[in-house]
Design a protein around this ligand. Structure first.
Ligand SMILES: *Cc1c(COP(=O)(O)O)cnc(C)c1O
Length: 437
């Protein structure tokens, strides 16, 4: 905080396409998608128009006891989209609960899963299984199921107890295993928890495929599928937090698609509105919804609500954002960009001694920097190597935001090939400049 207060601030005044401009007129490429939310670029005409039309119709009306038109339309559209992409049955992921950010989407999912078991009479299910290096938001329930010590350890006395399973971070396997055995062992450890404690576990919560805030840790193939199978085998719920991975980031509409996984509850936010408005959805199955049905005297309703739940402006943006996926064939257009990025990730580790592992899927990637003299060694957090790279990149007209030693590559999906090429060139230059000092 002390350094941050001393540094001159960058204050953004305007956005256009994949660029943002500061108050001094300098344009930057938005390589962080304005914190992973922007999909189709800034100031997209269709989204702007739909938002303006919505403002003239209805800015907000509560969903507590009432409905509103864009929220209903959006709920239908997202349930349909989940059905089409994940091949759900009509009873899977068909009930939508709205909130206004990723953390609350997770809080809702946790409370919903917990309440589900109470209502069906399994009263000992008071805990959750989560992963080391996991991130689910900054509110206390979400922090309780988080696993990033730098962010979370301080708050330990305030948190509820969970069972933490190893992260499938095979590059730095916490069990000291080779990548090919790390995956199996991570699943085996989760199974050890579930097999002895399934009567205590309300749900397993994971970020499907990529532990994003943990450092863009890409799970090995089969891990997500394996977690789904374990949840089924031990009859517990699976919460998929797709707040970061949803809406095309991984190259598919949802990360769960890659391994044909249907969770019991899915959390969506960030890209939901294309980066326009704060909005989130927690989508659950019929089975969970039904557990909350009862006579008034049983008080089984899901007692949770937020003032701006289902905000019509946010929902209008989300509907427009989904229109653009169709009209601009966003996922189809992504393919050559993903290929380009994959190629660059493959080569950068060979070209730079400072790069330990470069990993990614779709248009979300991380370049993990190491000490060049001792390749397996992690850089000390205090060296702020990621920040140094980001700082250099900013001087070259690119905004990126690192996670510790990991340089994060997360541009809007709409980025052009040309701008993606220059983004990667700037990052590579910045890494080599920081390495040579
Ligand atoms: C960002 C993020 C959240 C929290 O979302 P906020 O809108 O910042 O509260 C939750 N889960 C994941 C996986 C995230 O990346």
């Amino acid at each position: 905080m002390k350094e941050w207060v001393q540094d001159p601030p960058v204050i953004i005044e305007q956005g256009r396409d994949c660029f943002i401009r500061d108050i001094y007129g300098r344009w930057y490429l938005d390589g962080v998608s304005s914190m992973w939310v922007n999909i189709h670029g800034h100031g997209h005409r269709h989204i702007n128009e739909r938002l303006k039309a919505q403002i003239d119709t209805l800015a907000h009306s509560t969903l507590l006891g009432l409905g509103n038109v864009p929220a209903i339309e959006l709920a239908h559209r997202v349930v349909q989209l989940l059905g089409d992409t994940l091949a759900t049955t009509p009873h899977d992921l068909n009930k939508v609960f709205f909130s206004d950010n990723g953390s609350t989407a997770v809080e809702v999912a946790l409370k919903m899963a917990f309440g589900y078991w109470k209502h069906v009479g399994e009263t000992t299910r008071n805990s959750f299984v989560c992963l080391n290096n996991g991130y689910h938001g900054d509110t206390l329930g979400a922090v309780s199921v988080g696993g990033i010590d730098v962010f979370h350890a301080l708050y330990a006395p305030l948190l509820f107890k969970t069972h933490r399973s190893p992260s499938p971070y095979c590059y730095r396997c916490e069990l000291g295993l080779r990548p090919d055995t790390c995956n199996m062992r991570c699943l085996a450890q989760m199974e050890a928890i579930l097999s002895t404690r399934s009567h205590e576990i309300a749900a397993v919560i994971i970020e499907p495929l990529v532990q994003a805030a943990g450092g863009m840790i890409v799970a090995p193939e089969g891990f997500l599928r394996g977690v789904r199978d374990l949840c089924r085998k031990y009859d517990t719920l699976l919460i998929a937090d797709e707040v970061a991975t949803g809406f095309g980031r991984t190259g598919a509409m949802f990360a769960c698609q890659h391994e044909a996984v249907v969770p019991d509850i899915i959390c969506l936010s960030k890209g939901l509105t294309g980066g326009y408005m704060p909005l989130a959805m927690t989508v659950a199955s019929q089975r969970i919804f039904d557990a909350y049905q009862g006579e008034f005297s049983q008080l089984k309703a899901f007692f949770h609500g937020h003032s701006y739940t289902g905000n019509p402006l946010g929902c209008a943006c989300a509907l427009a954002c989904l229109d653009v996926f169709e009209t601009e064939c966003t996922l189809e257009a992504l393919k050559p960009k993903v290929e380009l990025l994959d190629g660059w990730l493959r080569d950068i580790a060979a070209r730079s001694a400072r790069v330990g592992q470069a990993r990614g899927i779709g248009l979300m990637a991380g370049v993990e920097l190491i000490q060049d003299d001792t390749p397996a060694e992690t850089c000390q957090y205090g060296q702020r190597i990621g920040w140094q790279v980001a700082h250099r990149a900013r001087q070259k007209g690119l905004i990126i935001r690192p996670l510790g030693n990991v340089v994060v590559i997360m541009p809007p999906l709409a980025i052009s090939m040309e701008n993606l090429v220059s983004m990667l060139a700037i990052i590579e230059e910045a890494i080599s400049e920081v390495s040579s000092v």
